[in-house]
Design a protein around this ligand. Structure first.
Ligand code: SR1
Ligand code: MG
Length: 412
């Protein structure tokens, strides 16, 4: 019997190549396989295996028993099942905006999937200030389809509850509850930030009782509102792009939660890209064009998401009461205000907490980095506190511009 069928172990590059040859019905016998571990995320091992002869390639993703970022995080290897299951579902719901899964292996806790040759991680591309004109359209389709079609508005309620059960994801939810909704809002030993930022955060965040109260409300919203099947970690490091193509990856944090969580995550991560451009690019036309593209994209994502969600509602809602006058507007309005608050939480946790983003920490000029961090924090607080009045894309940009102005004028 193949050693891969006996007992789980974490694979190295050689093991993964052997696994691909023996366990997958993908490479021809006699293939000359080269394997490289290419994972740069915080949790898993990702192997790209290429047949030197045919050029064909595949990805194997394996979950280890602890997170790569720190072995403090003991994360269930069942997350690989969750990821395989949701990728298959999202593939159907979004007409292929995610990679195709070929196999899930519950012994080795790995899955084999399509290699997205020619694509690059969006965060890396944004750090090189590349533009992707189709992105707002693609990501809004992804979010509207996955978040609407898995909700009680679109699904038979018993079928939806079966999905809720299948996607119970306590370990990964705990990471988000701690890292996003708890630790950034007090002086937690796991937080990690520049001293100047910490001085700012101490006064501006940790001493603001209203802000703390609102973050608790949001944490409970995250834990208790099983509205839609979320991707759960929809940042620009979870997206592959190339000209004319967007592919969303890494949905291992998937669970039934508030739909605004995915929307807010992507918006916050575009703000990081905007602030990177502001800090790193030379002043001039190119910088203005780039920043304008990101602003427009933030605005468009919100508006396109609303339109597409609303259109799906008209075409596919199954729930009689969902069509009572005013309910659709109420429901979509709530998603957008939740998204505003989540944007604020994601902005805060990537500056204050344990897990950072390269957009910000790669800014070498410390003065510019601190300025970018403060803009993110001022924006974060205003979005959290004002979330109930935020209902459209333009307001996100107004808040961003307001935060920049406050930091420029040193009026906070
Ligand atoms: C311990 S994992 C830290 C972060 O990495 C993942 O991508 C999630 O964003 C998580 O919060
Ligand atoms: Mg990830």
């Amino acid at each position: 019997m193949s050693r891969f069928k006996e007992k789980y172990f974490t694979m190295n590059e050689q093991d993964a190549a052997e696994y691909a040859l023996i366990e997958l019905d993908f490479f021809k016998p006699g293939s000359k396989l080269i394997c490289k571990e290419i994972g740069d995320g915080n949790l898993n091992y990702v192997f790209r295996i290429i047949d030197e002869k045919s050029g064909e390639s595949i990805i194997i993703k394996q979950a280890g028993p602890v997170a790569r970022i720190s072995d403090e995080f003991k994360v269930s290897i069942d997350r690989n099942r969750i990821e395989s299951d949701i990728l298959k579902l999202q593939y159907e719901l979004t007409d292929g905006l995610v990679p195709k899964v070929y196999k899930y292996d519950p012994i080795m806790n790995c899955c084999a999937m399509e290699d997205l040759t020619g694509h690059e991680i969006m965060r890396t591309a944004l750090l090189q200030h590349k533009i992707f004109p189709d992105f707002a359209d693609d990501i809004s389709t992804f979010m509207a389809n996955t978040l609407f079609l898995t909700s009680d508005v679109a699904m038979n309620h018993k079928d939806k509850k079966a999905l809720v059960k299948n996607f119970i994801n306590p370990d990964l939810c705990e990471i988000t509850e701690d890292l996003v909704y708890t630790e950034p809002f007090y002086d937690c030993s796991r937080n990690d930030m520049l001293q100047e930022t910490k001085d700012f955060v101490s006064k501006y965040f940790w001493q603001d009782r209203q802000l703390l109260l609102e973050t608790t409300k949001l944490k409970f919203e995250f834990m208790t509102n099983g509205q839609s099947l979320l991707h759960g970690d929809l940042h620009t490091g979870s997206i592959f792009v190339k000209e004319g193509s967007t592919k969303i990856i890494d949905p291992e944090f998937a669970f039934y939660g508030p739909a605004g969580y995915d929307v807010g995550n992507i918006l916050a991560n575009l703000v990081f890209a905007y602030e990177n451009a502001e800090a790193v690019m030379d002043d001039g036309k190119e910088k203005e064009v780039y920043k304008a593209w990101i602003s427009k994209m933030i605005e468009d994502i919100v508006e396109l998401f609303k339109q597409k969600f609303s259109q799906l509602w008209k075409e596919k809602s199954q729930e009689k009461t969902a069509n009572y006058e005013g309910f659709k507007e109420y429901y979509i309005g709530k998603i957008i205000s939740d998204a505003a608050a989540v944007t604020g939480c994601e902005l805060s946790r990537r500056i204050i907490g344990l897990a950072h983003v390269n957009d910000i920490i790669s800014i070498e000029n410390i003065e510019k980095r601190v300025k970018a961090e403060k803009v993110c924090l001022v924006l974060a607080k205003s979005l959290i506190l004002k979330r109930e009045s935020i209902s459209n894309g333009k307001q996100f940009i107004n808040e961003l511009e307001g935060a920049v102005e406050k930091i420029d004028n040193q009026s906070v």
